[in-house]
Design a protein around this ligand. Structure first.
Ligand SMILES: Cc1ncc(C[n+]2csc(CCOP(=O)(O)OP(=O)(O)O)c2C)c(N)n1
Length: 635
């Protein structure tokens, strides 16, 4: 059946009792493709029935369907014109792993970061209301994990007093990437299991039934019946009702026929509504149902046995930076009783789970709440604690005011560990950690650093937890480092002190962070061709190692800067500022992320695209040393 469905219009030709078969085929298709291609997995399997029912009932793309985070939208993509290209998901030049407006008119809102759907759908609904498009539906599908964010609460708070035609579907599977956390989660579990609420659900079904039977006068009748149950169960004890939403559910999110009926009924009820669907993440793939965190995005796997494929290597592999962070934090916390760990919903992704397991009273998962994570850390720091607040570079964007207002202005000793910094790879534009060097560099009191390898990461963490360090950011990329034997004793690094990697002549390369290893590779190739550039690892973008830079600009007239971050305002910019402030004259070529949106692809592929993988660096050095004129060049 799936082969006959290219667009929702094809789906609508089917009878309701044929939809279960469509769900089964759609589920299998996702398993087939993701097992050989990679990508997010469990979340899409959990919303198959919802996806089919929504496209069956709604008049998409006229009706606006907004997916939160968007990692669960594979079924949506397949049913909206992208089945035949789904095998290119997340590949360079292939379709995006998230909804993207430029890709399809069915993708109403670009996503990747969580908890935006209610605000966005409410904006769409308000615009429709203003334009008089009263028949238009606006639906936000949001998970219980994404619902923990401040942004989602802000949107609910606003939506409750708007007349807009908005349906929020709460996809409640009790999971974020790891177990969902917090009081809201416990509340949702309560109302899913409590008898009172189940009885209430039956009342609602009755009301809906009456509506469908009675046609045009239905709304009037609904108001009457609603009034009779208002003030009792509804208002007093339902969180969403208290925010002036009409609450429906909880219902089984895997019963496609029932979903079709309920969604059809809800179309006729105006104003803000919330439908609570209970689903199972990974539904239909036993292993994914069982270990939902592992199967959030498992990589490649055997779809029959479920065995996750590993890249086999003879040599001992360096660890991932995130694991070096996780183990080092515990090691430091054993010595320093003031250290605390904070993660906003990324215990596994950041390896904070190592500390959460070893020291449960000193490590917090605060939910998808980056802003809160930062201000909570600031609060801890006022009491003499040393919080290590680990947030992916891209997600830290959401907590920028908290970084400045709550931490930096008060000069509090909060250590920001920014994982997945630089080009993040297949997750694409929404997930690249492109901006942190620039956005941290302009904040007063902030130390901005990046390790080139695991040993440096450990030393920077050791340095940052010393007394009176103030706000301290340490950024490192996703994936593996370069040193298999990384567990060396830690030592403090003088703040703002860079280091020389190799001496050279003619040209100098300045780097920050892990990308310096591409320069090491490039130098091997250049040396073989008789070209010997010097290489310095700055370690700190702020404060800059001015002594090192004086040495560099006195000796070299050809300077290349390389960073895995945006060119505007990053390390290269800092070097140009230094050069200008000190009246040096040199030819400076800056390599980094240009001022444009970089799409998805393999990390190495994207480094090459942006012109700062080892090959591109070799090319740049060769061009620079062969150019005769020496002029100041900001490229
Ligand atoms: C602002 C932000 N922080 C963190 C993440 C990482 N992240 C992606 S999916 C996810 C869990 C979402 O849980 P939920 O909304 O319940 O959806 P589910 O995966 O359970 O279907 C998290 C934390 C993100 N995408 N955006």
């Amino acid at each position: 059946m799936l082969e006959q469905i290219n667009y929702p219009s094809d789906l609508k030709k089917l009878k309701v009792n044929e939809l279960e078969q469509v769900c089964q085929e759609l589920r299998q298709y996702i398993i087939d493709v993701v097992s050989v291609n990679g990508g997010h997995f469990g979340a899409s399997l959990g919303v198959i029935e919802l996806t089919v029912a929504l496209h069956y009932i709604l008049n998409t793309p006229y009706d606006q369907l907004v997916w939160d985070v968007g990692h669960q939208a594979y079924g949506h993509k397949i049913l909206t014109g992208r089945r035949s290209v789904f095998h290119t998901n997340r590949l360079y030049k292939g379709i995006s792993g998230f909804p993207k407006r430029g890709e399809s008119e069915y993708d109403t809102f670009g996503v990747g970061h969580s908890s935006t759907s209610i605000s966005a759908a409410l904006g769409m609904a308000a615009a429709s209301y203003y334009k008089g498009e009263t028949d238009r539906q606006h639906v936000a599908v949001i998970g219980d994990g994404a619902m923990t964010a401040g942004l989602a609460f802000e949107a609910l708070n606003h939506a409750g007093i708007e007349n807009s035609n908005l349906l929020v579907i709460l996809n409640d599977n009790c999971m974020s990437i790891d177990q969902n956390v917090g009081a809201l989660k416990e509340y949702l579990t309560d109302i899913t299991t409590s008898k009172k609420y189940n009885r209430f659900r039956d009342d609602v079904s009755l009301v809906l039934k009456k509506i469908s039977e009675l046609g045009p006068d239905a709304r009037k009748l609904f108001k009457k019946i609603e009034k009779s149950i208002k003030g009792t169960l509804l208002k007093k004890s339902n969180f969403f009702e208290a925010l002036k939403f009409r609450y429906f559910g909880p219902i089984d999110g895997h019963d496609v026929k029932h979903l079709v009926k309920v969604l059809d009924d809800l179309k006729h009820i105006p104003g803000p509504k919330l439908l609570h669907c209970v689903t199972v993440k990974g539904k239909g793939f036993a292993l994914a149902e069982k270990d939902q965190t592992k199967w959030h995005a498992p990589g490649l796997f055997d779809k029959i046995t479920g065995e996750i494929k590993k890249t086999i290597s003879e040599k001992p592999q360096p660890p991932k930076y995130q694991d070096v962070f996780g183990y080092t934090l515990v090691e430091l916390a054993e010595q320093n009783p003031n250290i605390m760990g904070i993660t906003p919903a990324m215990p596994s992704g950041s390896s904070m789970n190592i500390m959460m397991k070893a020291m449960p009273n000193r490590a917090f998962d605060v939910g998808i709440a980056e802003q809160h994570a930062v201000t909570f850390s600031a609060g801890l720091a006022t009491q003499g604690m040393v919080p290590f607040c680990n947030i992916y570079s891209t997600f830290m964007q959401r907590a920028y005011d908290q970084v400045i207002h709550d931490v930096a202005i008060q000069n509090l000793n909060v250590v920001f560990c920014l994982d997945r910094a630089g080009l993040a790879g297949a997750d694409g534009a929404t997930h690249h950690g492109a901006y942190d060097l620039a956005y941290m560099r302009c904040v007063p009191n902030m130390t901005v650093s990046a390790p080139m390898n695991e040993e440096e990461l450990r030393n920077l963490m050791f340095t940052a937890q010393q007394e009176n360090m103030g706000p301290f950011s340490i950024r490192y990329p996703r994936g593996q480092g370069v040193m298999p034997d990384w567990r060396r004793p830690m030592k403090a690094i003088p703040i703002g002190k860079g280091r020389k990697i190799c001496d050279g002549e003619e040209a100098v390369i300045l780097t920050i962070g892990h990308i310096g290893n591409e320069v090491v590779k490039a130098c091997v190739e250049l040396n073989a061709d008789g070209i010997y550039p010097a290489h310095y690892d700055l370690r700190f973008v702020k404060p800059l190692d001015e002594a090192l830079l004086h040495e560099v600009f006195k000796k070299f007239k050809k300077v290349i800067t390389v960073e895995d971050g945006c060119l505007q305002g990053g390390m290269g910019s800092a070097v140009l500022e230094f050069m200008s402030n000190n009246n040096y004259n040199a030819q400076v070529v800056r390599l980094g992320i240009p001022d444009e949106v970089i799409e998805h692809g393999e990390q190495q592929e994207l480094w090459a695209l942006c012109g700062y993988d080892a090959d591109a660096i070799v090319e740049t050095v060769k061009q620079l040393v062969s150019s005769r004129e020496t002029k100041t060049l900001a490229s």
